[in-house]
Design a protein around this ligand. Structure first.
Ligand code: GLA
Length: 408
């Protein structure tokens, strides 16, 4: 056998082993049993990222309590590469931005007990014009595995003539062949309904276009529009049945701490937790206000997102700008979010015992005339009685009250 044939055989055997070994397959199956939590560079820094900035971010990730609150991934978005591949066709970390290379940066992230994520695109270029992965899937996946990448966000720019499903399946196979368990985050914006076909392709898929720093109104930036929190919310209810442990709808990264008002940030975060959304913070962690830190690290609200049942909330009630979203939880518990999107403060007076809440997706039912539940307010951080008494409170405009109901 000549050398090249020997190499090919070795590669084929290791790819076969990687894909067919049950232990290896199991490692992939166990990924993202609850929605992934982390930080991503895009929402604040776009392509203006480099090693000193990001090392500072890693350090504050730890010192601010984000890691303790459950955030794990540290993800570099677009802009980490040089504009050209090298002579062997490999992607190259921009040497000006990452003078010690990407492996060294990944090692730094890992040394702090975090997981490392990176970005590329299914097209010929990334959205910001850097080299895309089309035609280089296996080569790029091997490179990421050699750097210790734990998470790949894979975008959808410059994809004329490319079939979305095929492209994402190819990259998913390439990741598995690379041999290192990696979360695969499909960033196709929902145009090809990935919730219908991506359950076994990746662990999360974007369900809409990009989020912007707006609570109610979309933001038009030249030729494109960034979606507001409420616009994105209104696009989630109909696809909730497709999400569950290991496969999540992704309503895009968080804009908490990026310029909305406190109550809007609090509502945005609460709703994302109700939706069992991946929680990828997108703010400058080095400059977080105590209010922003308080929102992002509210462990009781995060616990709704991370609930092991993995069921997304649904809009149970909507009238005059008041909405009630409910999320069935493990152990027959229930999260209830009163959202006021009416633009003015409103008093809510809700008699639990007059209604039964039934969810056809999780096949759960809550009959408060039969069972009494303790009620805890997760932002006020206090117990406020039981479902034997109606819930009565004024909800300010663009704000929420989030309750956790536990059987007495
Ligand atoms: C797209 C994605 C964003 C971000 C940018 C990077 O717009 O949806 O989340 O990754 O590309 O260029």
């Amino acid at each position: 056998m000549n050398k090249q044939k020997g190499k090919n055989l070795l590669l084929a055997v290791s790819v076969y082993f990687a894909i067919c070994n049950p232990l290896f397959a199991q490692k992939f199956e166990e990924l993202a049993q609850t929605p992934p939590m982390g930080w991503n560079s895009w929402n604040t820094f776009q392509t203006n990222i480099d090693e000193p900035l990001l090392k500072g971010m890693v350090d504050t990730y730890i010192s601010s309590g984000m890691k303790d609150a459950g955030y794990t991934y540290f993800v570099l978005d677009d802009g980490w590469m040089s504009m050209e591949r090298d002579s062997a066709g490999n992607l190259v970390a921009d040497p000006k931005k990452f003078p010690h290379g990407m492996k060294a940066f990944a090692d730094y992230v890992h040394s702090k007990g975090l997981k490392f994520g990176i970005y590329n695109c299914a097209g010929t270029k990334t959205c910001a014009g850097y080299p895309g992965t089309h035609g280089y899937e296996y080569q790029d996946a091997r490179l990421y595995a050699s750097w210790g990448v734990d998470y790949l966000k894979f975008d959808w720019c410059y994809t004329d003539g490319i079939n979305a499903r095929d492209a994402y399946i190819t990259m998913s196979k390439a990741i598995r062949a690379g041999g290192r368990p990696m979360l695969f985050s499909l960033c196709e914006w929902g145009g090809h309904q990935p919730w219908r076909w991506a359950k076994n392709v990746g662990q999360l898929w974007r369900s809409t276009g990009d989020i912007g720093v707006g609570f109610e109104k979309d933001i038009t930036k030249g030729s494109w529009t960034a979606l507001s929190v409420l616009s994105i919310l209104d696009r989630q209810d109909s696809i909730r049945q497709y999400a569950g442990p290991g496969h999540w709808n992704d309503p895009d990264m968080l804009e908490v701490g990026n310029g909305m008002k406190y109550n809007e940030d609090k509502a945005h975060f609460s709703l994302w937790c109700m939706l069992a959304a991946p929680l990828m913070a997108g703010n400058d962690l080095r400059k977080m206000s105590p209010e922003t830190t308080g929102i992002l690290t509210n462990k009781e609200v995060i616990a709704l997102d991370q609930d092991p049942l993995g069921v997304e909330a649904f809009r149970y009630y909507s009238f005059d700008g008041i909405e009630i979203w409910v999320k069935p939880l493990a152990n027959n518990e229930l999260a209830v979010c009163f959202l006021n999107r009416s633009g003015r403060p409103q008093e809510v007076n809700y008699d639990w015992k007059a209604h039964t809440i039934t969810d056809t997706v999780s096949k759960t039912s809550f009959d408060f005339s039969q069972t009494n539940y303790k009620v805890r307010d997760l932002w006020a951080k206090k117990d406020i009685g039981t479902t034997n008494k109606p819930f009565k409170q004024t909800v300010p405009a663009d704000d929420v009250v989030v309750l956790r109901l536990v059987k007495q």
